[in-house]
Design a protein around this ligand. Sequence first.
Ligand SMILES: Cc1cc2nc3c(=O)[nH]c(=O)nc-3n(C[C@H](O)[C@H](O)[C@H](O)COP(=O)(O)OP(=O)(O)OC[C@H]3O[C@@H](n4cnc5c(N)ncnc54)[C@H](O)[C@@H]3O)c2cc1C
Ligand code: FES
Length: 335
Amino acid sequence: MTYRLRIEPSGHEMDVEADETILEAALRHGFSIPYSCRNGTCGTCKGRLVHGEVDYGDPDEKVLTAQEMASGWALFCQAIPVSDVTIEVQEIGAAKGIQIKTLPCRIARMEDLAPDVRALFLKIPATEKLPFLPGQYIDILLRDGGRRGFSLANLPNDEGLLELHVKRVPGGRFTTQVFGTLKEKDILRFEGPLGTFFLREDSPRPILMAATGTGFSPIRSMLQRLFSLGDGRPVHFYWGVRHARDFYCEETLREWESVHSGFHVTRVVSQPDSGWHGEQGYITDKILRDFPEPSNFDVYICGHPEMVFSLSGELKNAGLSGDHIFSDAFVFAKS
Ligand SMILES: Cc1cc2nc3c(=O)[nH]c(=O)nc-3n(C[C@H](O)[C@H](O)[C@H](O)COP(=O)(O)OP(=O)(O)OC[C@H]3O[C@@H](n4cnc5c(N)ncnc54)[C@H](O)[C@@H]3O)c2cc1C
Ligand code: FES
């Protein structure tokens, strides 16, 4: 049984297959709507159901409450139409036409960036191209059917190399392999590029960026793009880690700071040892102290879910519209 999906205000209409989510149908037809985790945990895809009935799927109660469901909200990565439906959501033009592919790749190289962070350089087949927007991620497809998201840290390039920054998670199913058994020349499979966390290039607004840990990965891709465009907008980047040894790519950041006068990096350590003389605490607090009136910024936030949710909420409280907050929360996979 297929149903019709209509997106307002664009007026685009499309078929939805049986058991297909609203997000899957929109992407299959080449229309992009805001999304990140695709597993009902981050809330990026939350939108209004204007007309029709859906099966709400498996949303996390913290991101979609029963009260919100009753008043017409749904997570489009979870909601499966059981009638013709109309939804209200702002489509994202820049991601249109970027094809999501499932491809094999070979581990070309691995490099330790910090004691618990390893870069994986993945090579896609020479016959393939993978255009993506700076900030997007891929899902590594595990042999047991699970999948793990990893942001792309570099820009699309002619060699077909994808760079990932992987943080070791003790006991984690995939990252234990990355720091253990996986080796160069091994083959992985992935799906991508995914997500709508990417640089809004045509905005004139100054930029505030915030990352914890390997949340720096997509920020690095965005910064490379900004600097290659010669975009002169001021950029304030806040990077929070637990210990000072968790910072990496320091040389690149210092070089960018010296070459681009509008680029400023603030490093914040939450559990400093005696050798750290810089900022201490959490980046959320530091950003709110430094920018009590953030309403004219575009803000990009990435990394630990708690930081992403709390900083987004605080910035909205301080007067910044949600339309100018872009984020990828590194939420844990459900399987
Ligand atoms: C859109 C997106 C982009 C992402 N990009 C990156 C990236 O660029 N780099 C990166 O390192 N990770 C990234 N992640 C997180 C990544 O997908 C995995 O969740 C993470 O690597 C753990 O996978 P695992 O299989 O090793 O652990 P799992 O087997 O999934 O986890 C085992 C247990 O460890 C705990 N756990 C899982 N992850 C964490 C964590 N981060 N911190 C503390 N405890 C945890 C959970 O309780 C979980 O039950 C991203 C996630 C998303 C959704
Ligand atoms: S909750 Fe739907 S994309 Fe994350």
